[in-house]
Design a protein around this ligand. Structure first.
Ligand SMILES: CC(C)(COP(=O)(O)OP(=O)(O)OC[C@H]1O[C@@H](n2cnc3c(N)ncnc32)[C@H](O)[C@@H]1OP(=O)(O)O)[C@@H](O)C(=O)NCCC(=O)NCCS
Length: 164
């Protein structure tokens, strides 16, 4: 565990901190926006990193499409916390959640593929994920000019770290 933050499942008091983080980046067109209501409804799917004051400094979510496939979504780290491993720790915690739920393949659509490559993902073809295209991309206003890159990772044969 880092001295700077603790990664844990999200709780109800974190909802507004998560929304502020995600929507701050959404305002810069770096991420898709999430309402506080939609975050509250999916709270079991979120993990956060909290600083010593309990403030949310990073978040991420598992968005499941089938029993074996899920998206690593809403990964965001507060600007002042960049570069200290919070992003890596959040992705790892979302993957842990995926393994617990029996998911063996995760993907993400991102404007920062180099970050995901640094934490073990490979660039992939989004056409491999028609579930995502149907559920989100088809209705997205930016679909004809989407700059997001698809990345994925197979979780098979990776042990669940019981001590983590
Ligand atoms: C991208 C983001 C999540 C990285 O968070 P972070 O806490 O600074 O990342 P970490 O410190 O855990 O870095 C983990 C690795 O990724 C690399 N990395 C981090 N940000 C990177 C970037 N923008 N481009 C390339 N590599 C990056 C780091 O160098 C590190 O690699 P290393 O371990 O080989 O040295 C953060 O900058 C962010 O929230 N950006 C805005 C939202 C966003 O782009 N989210 C991505 C999903 S849509």
């Amino acid at each position: 565990m880092s001295d700077l933050f603790q990664v844990r499942p999200a709780r109800a008091p974190d909802v507004h901190g998560i929304a502020a983080l995600v929507n701050g980046y959404a305002a810069q067109a770096v991420m898709l926006p999430r309402s506080a209501e939609s975050i509250a409804l999916a709270l079991d799917d979120f993990v956060v990193a909290a600083d010593c004051h309990g403030r949310v400094v990073a978040c991420g979510a598992l968005k499941q499409y089938s029993p074996s496939l899920a998206e690593v979504a809403s990964v965001a780290v507060a600007p002042e916390a960049h570069g200290h491993g919070a992003g890596r720790a959040i992705v790892s915690a979302v993957e842990r959640l995926a393994r617990i739920r029996g998911v063996d393949e995760v993907f993400a659509l991102t404007l920062t593929p180099a970050f995901f490559e640094a934490v073990g993902y490979g660039v992939d073809d989004r056409a491999r994920y028609p579930e995502k295209l149907r559920r989100d991309c088809a209705a997205c206003a930016r679909r004809s000019a989407c700059r997001e890159v698809c990345v994925s990772r197979t979780l098979l044969a990776e042990p669940i770290d019981a001590a983590a």
